[in-house]
Ligand binder design. Sequence first.
Ligand code: TXA
Ligand code: MG
Length: 340
Amino acid sequence: METDEPETLGVAAVAAARYLTAGEVVALPAETVYGLAANAFDPVAVAKIFAVKERPDFDPLIVHVRNLEAVREIAMIPSEIEDVVLKLANAFWPGPLTLLLPKKPVIPDSVTSGLPTVAVRVPSHAVFRRVLKECRLPLAAPSANRFGRISPTTASAVVKELGGRIPLVLDGGACGEGVESTILRITRPPGSPKPVLEVVRAGPVTRELLKQFGIVKKGSREPRPDAPGQLQSHYAPTTPLRLLAEGEGFSPQPGKTYGLLSVDGEPGRLNLSDFAMVAVLSPGSGKLSEAAIRLFALLRQLDEAGLDEIIAESVAEQGVGVAIMDRLRKAAGRGGNGND
Ligand code: TXA
Ligand code: MG
């Protein structure tokens, strides 16, 4: 006998698929963060994503599909990297890995902001997968926040960001990864025995996990000559955020209220009584994966607390800690890549 849960999921997924087929945008949970989805084949629907998010049209979208076969319908897999793409797909899909591949003409230029590549991934969240199955369309979906703000990891955060602007938010609970997917550009220089994996955005698929597949490098986004310097972040909390270096101390200014984003709740060199609010990234096991899951929700809470400044401790730059530090640097306005 079927339990209630899949049935409820089915009803909501059918409703979402109807909106999507009709050219509307809906918010869906992914395993990483909530996404704002639209039919990737339909330029009018895609334009709604940019309008709802207030996102500049030079910032391209990720397209989500059900499996590798569906990837081949929208993107080319060049022969010199096919072996590594298949290995990565086998290892990480469905899951939080996005690949930049040459796009096929079926994908409108507005999805890729005119770039010759399309960002593709196969999400693992059951709700997202169910919607993909119901609508049988590739879904363009950026994070469901207004441009420049914190990505939502719960349905209520989506409602705060986009409520009133979209017809449906599907609630699939809190996201299991908490930070956006890892984005890779893959090349194989002529004569090179190993492919080069350029990490364009750090995420849950870490450098440590990737290194068995090739030479891992820190990547950057393609410079956009038509939009110089556009994405110099501006992520974020509206409250100023200061990122402390490891072991750095802090002295409060009189009359100001501060919030602390603490790694594990241990004061270290800090004096906890200097802070009106202390949010702990990893109160449990002290693990980085727990910190990643909690990061955006805690940043939101701190931002809503009416503080003068948020002080954030650095986390160890290993594993998913690289992605956490990337997001914290952006939140502090020091990120190179901006926030979309
Ligand atoms: O986990 C995720 O990736 C989430 C969920 C919803 O899947 N999506 C997400 O999308 O984070 P968004 O739009 O917030 O971030 C997509 C990033 C942007 O930084 C964009 O510039 C980059 O992907 N991107 C997309 N297409 C690209 C391309 N063809 N070349 C280079 N960068 C690209
Ligand atoms: Mg985003």
